[in-house]
Design a protein around this ligand. Structure first.
Ligand code: PEP
Ligand code: MG
Length: 572
């Protein structure tokens, strides 16, 4: 089994089709008639541009606009007067056009690679693609043929280029595995726009895979199985069938209440980071906003957003849901620190930023900034059903202090005769082991809970959520995390306060029966996941979900839980 970066979701099962990344070969020659050689180079560029324009037009006609743009970018790059004059200067020294191209474009390639960020590195892949294209025209041969890919192929390639995709019969491709590329690479953009499951950055793929080998590409979890055993094949076939049915059945879940098979209603809200997301959330049919990550409002600027700007943003978000009942808008106060830096705020470098001075800890020491945000939220609460949510809570005192600040601001607003929701609810994100363990105590100071499984998993498992070396531990199907979730929901039920979940686990079909069984009230997912979450909730009666949860609680490893849930959920 190989692990890589999952960049395009879905399951692909097929036969490997390895596209050799053989470098184009040419004979290095000394050239006497440099004028004729430069003309040969210009003709090759002209042909290259015509070919790429034809490919771009074909892709455009197929609706693949992103790839067409990439190819037109290649045309612009090779027509750049500075670049062509540099290549012609090289030819003037007496080397052939092929060598001049390779050497000159090689300089650009190295320059882009040396920057060290993924987007700029992608330019290096573009340069390679251009180089291969022009040299192929000069020599009259091309690298790696993709024209005759047979049906049911999983492409295995060093790097998928836009020019390859223009030539291949996409209907025959069921999966993509590439040695290079990340989330923002062209291979990823191409795979996503074609809806083909893809895993990139799979080291050694070119040497380990041979044509005709059975391959499973798990574009959800970033796993590739060469020559899988019959059991694994059956599991994945069931999952693929489930995903296909889920996709096909989704339309029927528009404009419907979110309820289990036996009619238990759930609230289904969205996670958003800005007003565009909030608009998507309203259009997706979500009941409200279960998590507004306000830090993006702070991070996307070079100075503090003032009270007015924040007020307008929160108010507009609330207004998008004014026709919904109850149309909850949960605004999370600033969750900065850890991996979220705000350049204009004074934040000292820390040895252990995820355990450091962040989120509510920062806000309670920087009360002017915090009060500005709370005031903006309170003012916006006059325009919708806004709630305040506090991130990274670890002790009761934090909630007491926040409530005190909110009360003080309410008094100020009363004096200023400014409208706000007098009963505004204040709740906590339960995303640390401490908050989970004292959920019964916190519930006394909270009007609601929302479980942040992304951080709850990271802190419970002591496994950095951004460190690929410990991804195997960063799993909310671990028994400890599942028990923690169950406990938090029980504490909320005991205290009679609503409890939601805004971490990624809320949208996972494997988690949904457990969450129904434990009694979660609200699911908050990305706008894109609204319909599929509604569909997955509708598949279970509470009694069936409880049977599943009961069995899961007897299992002792994440692997056993995952295997059991996959078989039960996908084969239903
Ligand atoms: C979480 O931790 O689960 C969560 C939803 O918040 P974030 O991903 O922004 O940390
Ligand atoms: Mg979090």
């Amino acid at each position: 089994m190989f692990r890589g970066i999952p960049v395009s979701e879905g399951i692909g099962i097929g036969k490997a089709y390895v596209i050799s990344g053989k470098k184009l070969e040419y004979e290095k020659r000394n050239v006497k008639n440099t004028t004729a050689e430069k003309e040969r180079f210009r003709m090759a560029v002209k042909t290259f541009c015509e070919e790429r324009e034809n490919m771009a037009a074909k892709l455009e006609a197929e609706g693949s606009l992103a790839q067409a743009d990439i190819l037109r970018g290649h045309i612009m790059m090779i027509q750049d007067p500075f670049m062509t004059s540099q290549i012609e200067d090289q030819i003037d020294t007496g080397i052939c056009a092929e060598q001049a191209c390779e050497e000159e474009l090689g300089i650009y390639r190295e320059m882009f690679l040396s920057v060290g960020d993924e987007i700029t590195e992608q330019r290096a892949a573009d340069v390679d693609d251009i180089c291969c294209g022009v040299i192929g025209i000069l020599t009259g041969c091309s690298a790696g043929s993709v024209a005759d890919i047979p049906p049911g192929s999983v492409i295995v390639v060093e790097e998928l280029t836009p020019s390859m995709t223009a030539e291949m019969n996409k209907a025959n491709v069921v999966g993509i595995v590439a040695e290079k590329g990340g989330m923002t690479s062209h291979s990823a953009i191409i795979a996503r726009s074609l809806g083909i499951p893809a895993v990139l950055s799979v080291p050694g793929a070119m040497s380990e895979f041979v044509n005709q080998l059975n391959v499973i590409v798990d574009g959800n979890d970033g796993i590739v199985f060469p020559d899988p055993c019959e059991d694994t094949l059956n599991d994945y076939r069931a999952q693929k069938k489930f995903l296909d049915e889920e996709r096909e059945g989704l339309k029927a879940y528009e404009n419907r209440p979110t309820e289990t098979a036996d009619g238990t209603k759930h609230e289904l809200c969205c996670n958003v980071g800005n007003l565009n997301d909030a608009t998507d959330a309203a259009e997706s049919g979500g009941d409200g906003i279960g998590l507004f990550r306000t830090e993006f409002l702070f991070m996307s600027r070079d100075s503090m957003p003032d009270e007015e700007l924040q007020f307008e943003t929160y108010k507009k978000a609330a207004e998008l849901f004014k026709d919904k009942e109850p149309g909850n808008i949960i605004i999370r106060t600033l969750d900065i620190g850890g991996d979220k830096a705000v350049p204009y705020l004074e934040m000292k470098e820390e040895d252990n930023p995820f355990l450091g001075f962040r989120a509510i800890r920062y806000c309670l020491e920087n009360t002017e900034l915090f009060k500005t945000q709370l005031r903006a939220i309170l003012r916006a609460s006059a325009f919708g059903n806004i709630k305040i949510m506090v991130p990274l809570v670890t002790e009761v005192t934090e909630m007491v202090k926040v409530r005190q600040l909110v009360d003080n601001i309410k008094t100020d607003l009363d004096e200023e005769k400014i409208d706000y929701d007098k009963n505004i609810q204040v709740g906590a994100m339960i995303e640390t082991p401490s908050a989970s363990l004292i959920a019964d105590l916190l519930a006394k100071e909270c009007d609601f809970f929302s479980i942040g499984t992304n951080d709850l998993t990271q802190y419970t498992m002591a496994a950095d959520r951004g460190n690929s070396k410990v991804t195997y531990l960063n799993n909310y199907l671990e028994p400890s995390v599942i028990r923690s979730i169950k406990h938090i929901i029980e504490c909320a039920k005991c205290a009679d306060i609503p409890v939601g979940m805004c971490g990624e686990a809320a949208a996972d079909p494997l988690m949904i029966p457990l969450l129904i069984a434990f009694g979660l009230d609200e699911f908050s997912v990305s706008p894109k996941a609204v319909l599929k979450t509604r569909y997955n909730i509708s598949r279970w009666s509470v009694a069936d979900a409880k049977d599943i949860a009961e069995h899961v609680l007897t299992l002792s490893t994440a692997g056993e839980i995952q295997r059991y849930l996959r078989r039960t959920v996908y084969n239903k």
